[in-house]
Write a protein that binds this ligand. Structure first.
Ligand SMILES: [Zn+2]
Ligand SMILES: [Zn+2]
Ligand SMILES: [Zn+2]
Length: 218
């Protein structure tokens, strides 16, 4: 078994912001401009294949990792793709303890979680979906990353607003209804457009980071 730590982002074609891809997604919404990236269709339909191949269709992330020493990292930025891959075993997001190879060797018995032997916190575990195995047939498991095959997801949607955002219309003082879908919000009372300030917009749409997640290959 071989494990690769992934940190991945794709530059949004709509606004040029790097959209972190923290797991295997079908569609992901740019947290900045809200454009929807249809990942399998990116790069003329090469999608997931190209996201993980360091710009060389003949070499997969798996073959790359086979040549790397344990702990070695390869960083790449190929036009819209930014990928760091490190050959290493997953480490617990809470305490940093390495999740042992023995534990990962029989993950089927563990349900949808691997548990850190030191602190007991869990990391998600998903069988590699066909979205990935179509291009990387030896991929078996995704550890610590989301597997989201639904329509549209953003990292931000996972961290839904805990309380509603209230802002008053700059023109008439009426309360604006802010749902986060548009930045220019028309007032329901006087019809004036209100442009949401940066701090409010970023509070509604927290910028997700490139997280570390892992692909386990057979
Ligand atoms: Zn964008
Ligand atoms: Zn731990
Ligand atoms: Zn108003």
């Amino acid at each position: 078994m071989l494990c690769v730590e992934i940190r991945l982002a794709f530059k949004c074609p709509g606004c040029d912001h790097a959209v972190p891809i923290n797991g295997i997604y079908r569609k992901i919404k740019c947290p900045d401009c809200q454009e929807i990236l249809d990942i399998p269709k990116l790069r003329d339909g090469r999608g997931w294949q190209e996201l993980l191949n360091f710009g060389n269709p003949a070499v997969s992330v798996f073959q790359h990792a086979q040549r790397m020493r344990l702990g070695e990292t390869e960083r790449g930025a190929f036009a819209p793709i930014k990928l760091d891959s490190t050959r290493k075993w997953p480490s617990c997001t809470e305490c940093g303890e390495t999740i042992s190879e023995e534990l990962l060797a029989n993950p089927v018995q563990l349900g949808d979680m691997v548990t850190c032997a030191k602190c007991g916190s869990g990391m998600s575990l998903h069988p590699a979906p066909s979205l990935l195995t179509d291009s990387y047939p030896c991929a078996r498991w995704i550890v610590g990353g989301a597997v989201e095959l639904g329509e549209v997801t953003t990292e931000a949607e996972f961290q839904k607003l805990s309380h509603p955002v209230v802002m008053k219309c700059l023109n008439c003082g009426g309360t604006l209804t802010i749902d986060g879908t548009q930045r220019l919000v028309p007032c329901a009372y006087c019809n004036s457009p209100n442009y949401l300030p940066d701090d409010l917009w970023s509070a509604i749409h927290p910028q997700p980071k490139r997280e570390r997640w892992y692909i386990l290959f057979a």
